[in-house]
Design a protein around this ligand. Structure first.
Ligand SMILES: CC(C)(COP(=O)(O)OP(=O)(O)OC[C@H]1O[C@@H](n2cnc3c(N)ncnc32)[C@H](O)[C@@H]1OP(=O)(O)O)[C@@H](O)C(=O)NCCC(=O)NCCS
Length: 187
């Protein structure tokens, strides 16, 4: 199973993605904004992540490689985690290699993956939590129609910085998505 957009291929991870993952998420500015990425990030961390993702693919999660067609390179990952088809829910999370920020790639990937979540998996709600001080990611949630539902105080400790973070809690219902979906365009 893979999804395709104008500039991207969204597909299952491969062992050969390891060096691109280490390059992308091994960057401190990326690692420090996520909850579960250690810093420094070793190739063995990348391989362990790939193996776990392949084992869970299609069961409890879908960790999509975001491959840039023009460079045949993994430039990020977007995951649907904790997929619960009975409840109709999943949790989303993502990162993009810093060299590729602000070019609309997360918007482009999210349009395809949210459509997959709501139309193919028939989910009805996506959850997301974001550090309150993560400007780019909070802006992305709002752009994509996620509704801010509260703040979870001191709810996460970053593996990269070991600092505690307050988390903004967001939810996107299928009906929210259908409303914003029409107006969204990737750059
Ligand atoms: C958050 C992240 C995934 C965004 O990826 P991206 O491909 O650069 O995002 P896009 O170019 O598609 O931008 C989407 C929207 O996010 C917002 N945004 C992105 N970067 C921003 C920044 N530096 N400042 C303010 N808003 C920003 C804008 O609203 C933008 O839409 P616009 O360009 O139409 O104004 C990327 O910054 C990243 O990987 N950050 C580090 C890891 C991380 O924070 N992951 C999320 C953890 S919850």
């Amino acid at each position: 199973m893979r999804l395709e957009t104008e500039r991207l291929i969204l597909r299952k991870l491969r062992k050969s993605d390891c060096s691109d993952i280490v390059e992308g998420v091994g960057e401190y500015d990326v690692a420090k904004r996520t909850a579960n990425v250690p810093y420094p990030y070793a190739p063995s961390d990348g391989l362990a992540y790939i193996n776990k993702s392949l084992k869970n693919w299609g069961k409890t999660s879908y960790a999509f490689a975001i491959e840039l067609k023009s460079e045949k390179k993994l430039i990020g990952i977007m995951g649907l985690e904790a997929v619960n088809v009975f409840a109709g829910t999943a949790t989303t999370g993502s990162w993009i290699n810093k060299k590729y920020w602000r070019q609309g790639y997360i918007t482009e990937a999210k349009i395809a993956i949210n459509d997959f979540a709501f139309d193919t998996l028939k989910l009805r709600r996506l959850n997301s939590t974001v550090n309150t001080d993560n400007v780019a990611s909070n802006a992305t949630q709002k752009k994509m129609g996620y509704v801010h539902e509260g703040v979870m105080r001191k709810a996460a400790r970053s593996l990269a910085t070991h600092k505690l973070h307050d988390l903004n809690l967001y939810g996107l219902l299928k009906e929210d998505w259908k409303k914003v979906r029409k107006g969204l365009v990737a750059k």
